[in-house]
Design a protein around this ligand. Structure first.
Ligand code: ZN
Length: 344
């Protein structure tokens, strides 16, 4: 399963090389051309058939949230800062891997026995945490890691029981989107498909911005592993997305108001082929489509996502049914895309 390989590869923003290798290996035989641009985006072209061909860019980001080492303390522990949006409360006592050499470590925490009652109520700030790699002093630590090294969560992919066909692993945001995009490259389309595996989405949609400029597409799709908060709660009626209810189509988030014609295309395709789908609750999050639709003179764009619980934490959960239905929905929508009039 490619999702396992993608999930276990390390690709903290700015260091996506290992993920790119996995993807390149998987798509090489399926595309006509590919290159890596100056920022590290992998841009692959699958030429279409027919005469007047549109350029369709489908983006999925390779990077994941993680940590960066900023200081090695005298006694050998490592100070760090987050790369991308991470909730500090999920960090304590987590296993991490540091740098290209994957030096193992653990984010230190004070034993519960020693906490004052008041401290139990507090969130420990990232500035007050450190990573323990078992080094005896600064010099010992410096032999293993350097300031500027990145760290990722050390989490293996797992298959769970139950009807959701759920799996857990790290970085399903956005390795789920990468897995879907790799699948889509099995087919040929009447348009030129630019499959773009982007870098640095988690720190501000940076890779997609330059990739969209160079591809100059007529239409844009972003594939995501998106926010899901469908677990029981006391109050609140509208979850962002629900696991097992199919691909989530974005109408509006913080980065884009999706092109209505593309939203309609996806909905029609889903309903005709009886593929389950849901709308992501408007207004939350941002994706590469945010950068794509503002490229050059504007690009009609939309987002389709696999719902994933607990994203931006060490471990996420998604349903393989949702993943397959996302591939199915995109296949159906892309087959009908040429019939959509994108003129104004
Ligand atoms: Zn994402």
């Amino acid at each position: 399963m490619l999702l396992k390989e993608l999930s276990e590869a390390v690709g903290v923003s700015g260091h996506e090389g290992a993920v790119r290798e996995v993807i390149l290996h998987a798509i090489k035989a399926r595309v006509d051309e590919h290159h890596v641009d100056a920022l590290g985006n992998l841009i692959a072209l699958k030429k279409g058939y027919g005469g007047q061909r549109r350029k369709v860019m489908i983006a999925a980001h390779m990077d994941e949230v993680g940590l960066m080492i900023v200081r090695i303390e005298k006694e050998g522990s490592l100070r760090f800062r987050p790369v991308g949006g991470i909730d500090e409360r999920v960090l304590l006592a987590k296993k991490v891997l540091i740098g290209d050499k994957k030096v193992p470590g653990v984010i230190g925490s004070k034993p519960v026995h020693l906490l004052e009652p008041r401290q139990r109520q507090q969130v420990i700030r990232v500035e007050d945490m450190s990573i323990d790699i078992g080094a005896s002093n600064q010099e010992d630590a410096a032999n293993l890691v350097k300031v500027g090294d990145y760290a990722s969560f050390d989490v293996a992919y797992r298959v769970l029981g139950g009807e959701l066909q759920a799996v857990t692993g790290k970085a399903f945001d956005d390795r789920a989107g990468c897995a879907v995009l790799v699948e889509l490259l099995k087919n040929t389309y009447p348009f030129d498909l630019y499959a773009v595996f982007t870098v640095e989405e988690e720190v501000g949609l940076r890779g997609a911005k330059v990739a969209a400029y160079s591809v100059a597409p007529d239409v844009g799709f972003a594939l995501e592993g998106t926010i899901c908060d469908d677990m029981p709660k006391q109050k609140d009626a509208s979850p962002t997305t629900v696991v097992g209810k199919g691909p989530a189509i974005t109408i509006m988030d913080r980065s884009i108001i999706a092109d209505k014609r593309l939203v309609d295309l996806l909905v029609t395709a889903a309903e005709e082929k009886r593929i389950p789908y849901q709308f992501k609750q408007p207004g939350i999050g941002g994706t590469d489509a945010g950068a794509m639709h503002l490229s050059r003179e504007g690009v009609p764009s939309v987002v389709v996502a696999v719902p994933a619980r607990y994203i931006h934490s060490p471990v996420c959960l998604l349903s393989l049914k949702d993943l397959r239905n996302t591939v199915g929905l995109m296949n159906q929508a892309l087959a009908r895309l040429d019939a959509v009039d994108l003129s104004r």
